[in-house]
Design a protein around this ligand. Structure first.
Ligand code: NAD
Length: 249
């Protein structure tokens, strides 16, 4: 049990086909008690119940400071500590530069970038009191190569921002025993790409990937368990590519 008695918050964790829920399941399988945080419409209580009664569902919008703080308070009230934060919530839009409106920019940047900052701010004081913790932030191959497959330039920018935030927080909180790392998923089959790629296009994309397939949600879970656990005790500020070799650099 790599994560026995650890408490983990997974943002955007309620989508049964998403990276968050698959990761929550894997964290739980390794012994963690998991707080699944998501928008009300995604029903985080039901997703947590799916994992078992020892887990908790919390409704929160990561773009709202007060809701992030309440979510962290709910986790502390139930479990008394927060060891792991997986900042996974994110949205994308397939827009070209000239089509991005102010509202598009705000929507995409707010969930991935502001949300990562606000949730980190909400849990960091508890981690400091405890003398340690692990934060895993979700960037994207899109940040590294200037566009993935689906996201527009504002999505690439949001995810590149997440990398900068990760590295700066890693420097700031290393002395507190808090590690902050990022994952950069390639193309993973979840609801975020549903209906946006034909089967032929997926085959075409897989042909260009050294491991010859799209990613699976569990591929992300494995990377997050590594970064959340003591297996990665001397890793902070790193970017862990989980892309099947789509980008080797
Ligand atoms: P998804 O759409 O299945 O899940 C996203 C989850 O975030 C949903 O449960 C949604 O309700 C939640 N969410 C959205 N806005 C929120 C908010 N304001 N507050 C709280 N929760 C909110 O997507 P996914 O594919 O599982 O993606 C998860 C993360 O991985 C995202 O950050 C995404 O950008 C990133 N990512 C995905 C891929 C991929 O190919 N699937 C690749 C690179 C990065």
């Amino acid at each position: 049990m790599l994560l026995k008695d650890r408490v983990a918050i997974v943002t955007g964790g309620a989508g049964i086909n998403g990276l968050g829920f698959a990761t929550a399941r894997m964290l739980a399988a390794h012994g963690a008690q998991v707080v699944i945080l998501d928008l009300a419409a995604a029903n985080p209580a039901a997703a947590a119940a799916e994992l078992g009664p020892q887990h908790l569902g919390v409704v929160a919008d990561v773009t709202r400071r007060d809701e992030c703080e309440s979510a962290a308070e709910a986790a502390l009230a139930r479990y008394g500590r927060i060891d792991i934060l997986f900042n996974n919530a994110g949205i994308t839009q397939a827009k070209k530069t000239l089509d991005i409106t102010d509202a598009d920019y705000d929507a995409v940047l707010d969930v991935s970038l502001r949300g990562t900052l606000l949730m980190s701010q909400a849990v960091l004081p508890a981690m400091q009191r405890q003398g340690g913790g692990s934060i895993v932030n979700t960037s994207s191959v899109s940040a590294q190569r200037g566009g993935g497959i689906l996201g527009g330039p504002h999505y690439s920018a949001a995810k590149a921002g997440v990398l900068g935030l990760t590295k700066a927080m890693a420097r700031e909180f290393g002395p507190d025993g808090i590690r902050v790392n990022a994952i950069t998923p390639g193309l993973i089959a979840t609801d975020i790409i549903k209906g946006k790629l034909t089967e032929e296009r997926k085959v075409e994309i897989a042909r260009e990937i050294p491991l010859a397939r799209l990613g699976r949600a569990a591929d992300i879970g494995g990377a997050v368990v590594f970064l959340a656990s003591e297996l990665s005790a001397y890793c902070t500020g790193i970017t862990l590519d989980v892309n099947g070799g789509m980008l080797i650099h």
